[in-house]
Design a protein. Structure first.
Length: 523
């Protein structure tokens, strides 16, 4: 978080100048070119991951489904490609894959910048902002008052709400904000609210530096603190951020557990920002974990501040994370925009043989509709290696199978000698990704690294899916049991893929798919 405070101090002058000469909200959206000439053609521009039309983006916010529309709001600074006074940018989708940019939803006001938070469909109109026939969408977010921060106060983050009666197109700030004041807690933010059917009330999880707090409310306006969790649990190498509490069924059983996601920065296993999770119970007031060990959703360094959708039409838990890391988010070599979101991923809970729990995260099924089958290679053997070359390989998906008792090395390469290497090594019990020679890496000192996670070698066949989208690689082993999400900036597009193995020269069911871009010509 230090980065943010430092930055927000830097940004104060521009915030003030904004105040002197307020840009009309309309003008800002025009400047943004929302739905206009945005081409999504820059060399590192993701072709099927969401990225903002231009300028700076961080956390996903207000993930909610309503009336056939999936909303994606996000931390947005529309005037620069570095972090600044936060707004909520907005995009909508019918399938969570193809997005349409919408005008900015929430603007800073007299209470401060609009930091991360969530959105709910207030179906019973508990807030009174709408009617039973036209229930409001309510956004619950953190106000960050830069003046208070600059003055050295601790109480500069409070919680506010806003509502929309036209499914997210226009928003009105609640005139009695903030709804939760700050009693001198320095990092007090990122409310995630959901409807708790068992107690028929709203529950909010919020973070307060080194722990989570839980609140309840009947109307989204008056909130009462009910419990706390985490001072002595999990990782504490940095500030806790972006909590998310929800129930999940253990796959293949009727058993249900509660899960708490907590982003932490710094202190992730491979450096900087990362997402830990806890499995346990929630009794309507507070959360308790069943385990002592630290659990992490992703071992790459580019999956942060992720949260899940509210109000989905199915029981699925769908997660989107910000595909960057506070270590270098401001330094990545893009010019017009900064950063993208992960693909939407389904979270599923599994019980291991030793009765511990694990959450897998894997791209949602709808994503498969984007795959254009151009090459299928079955059992191709060439002295222990298999290689595929294609000019569009930098926007592709490669699926193959491995046996978790054998060693494998998969490489993505280009003619300049840049390479991204994924390795499974049963001797060291480690899976690693190595982006030290992946192209532009020296824009920040921690970027050129090897990211690793341990695994149990065993005589089991597992799927591997690697997803490349110009400047990102997502690696999923065993349907998301082991995951790495990493940005890459090769000097020219990757065009070659190869797998080698000392112990298993047969590659089963290697499928290579091109992925259809989502930003093709406007209809
Ligand atoms: C996480 C975070 C949040 C905060 C937001 C500010 O990346 O630091 O805790 O609300 O970003 O943009």
């Amino acid at each position: 978080m230090r980065n943010i405070y430092f930055l927000s101090l830097l940004m104060l002058s521009s915030f003030n100048s904004c105040k002197e000469e307020p840009k009309e909200q309309e003008d800002l959206n025009v400047t943004l070119g929302i739905n206009k000439e945005v081409q999504y053609k820059e060399p590192y521009r993701p072709q099927f991951h969401f990225s903002p039309p231009e300028k700076w983006m961080n956390d996903p916010n207000g993930l909610v489904y309503n009336n056939g529309v999936y909303h994606l709001f996000y931390q947005y600074y529309p005037e620069d490609i570095v972090w600044g006074p936060m707004h909520w940018g907005h995009a909508v989708s019918k399938d969570l894959i193809n997005w349409e940019n919408k005008p900015i939803a929430l603007f800073p006001d007299e209470h401060g910048y609009i930091f991360s938070g969530s959105a709910v469909v207030d179906i019973n109109n508990t807030s009174g902002f709408g009617t039973k026939d036209n229930p409001p969408l309510v956004a619950i977010f953190t106000y960050h008052d830069p003046e208070g921060e600059k003055a050295g106060r601790k109480d500069f983050q409070t919680q506010g709400i806003a509502y929309s009666l036209d499914n997210g197109d226009t928003w009105t700030m609640y005139n009695r904000n903030p709804v939760i004041p700050n009693r001198n807690i320095k990092d007090f933010r990122d409310p995630k609210v959901f409807w708790h059917e068992e107690s028929r009330q709203w529950i909010m999880s919020l973070v307060a530096g080194d722990h989570a707090k839980f609140y309840k409310s009947r109307n989204l306006k008056y909130w009462q603190l009910t419990g706390e969790f985490g001072k002595d649990n999990g990782a504490h190498g940095g500030v806790w951020e972006c909590p998310d509490l929800f129930k999940l069924k253990v796959e293949g059983t009727e058993e249900e557990k509660w899960v708490l996601l907590i982003s932490i920065n710094p202190g992730a296993p491979n450096g900087g920002s990362g997402t830990q999770y806890f499995v346990g119970d929630f009794n309507g007031r507070t959360f308790t974990a069943e385990h002592e060990d630290e659990k992490w959703l992703d071992f790459g360094t580019d999956n942060y501040a992720g949260v899940t959708y509210n109000n989905l039409p199915t029981d699925d838990r769908v997660f989107i994370g910000w595909m960057s890391n506070w270590n270098y988010a401001r330094d990545t070599p893009t010019e017009r925009w900064r950063s993208a979101m992960t693909l939407p991923r389904k979270l599923s809970l599994h019980k291991n043989v030793d009765s511990s729990y694990i959450i897998k995260n894997y791209p949602i099924k709808q994503f498969d509709a984007q795959l254009e089958d151009y090459k299928r290679i079955h059992k191709v053997e060439n002295e222990g290696s298999l290689s595929v070359e294609h000019k569009e390989l930098s926007t592709s998906v490669i699926d193959f199978k491995v046996n978790l008792k054998d060693d494998y090395t998969a490489k993505l390469k280009n003619k300049q000698g840049d390479e991204f290497v994924f390795n499974i090594n049963p001797e060291t019990n480690k899976m690693t990704v190595d982006r030290r020679n992946s192209g532009l890496v020296d824009f920040e000192k921690t970027f050129a690294g090897v990211h690793e996670q341990t695994f149990k070698p065993m005589d089991t066949v597992a799927n591997v899916r690697m997803i490349f989208d110009r400047s990102s690689v997502e690696v999923f082993v065993d349907e998301g049991r082991h995951v790495f999400t990493d940005q890459v900036f090769p000097k020219e597009p990757f065009t070659q893929f190869e797998i080698t193995s000392k112990s298993a020269p047969y590659y089963k069911n290697v499928n290579v798919f091109l992925v259809k871009p989502i930003w093709e010509e406007d209809e």
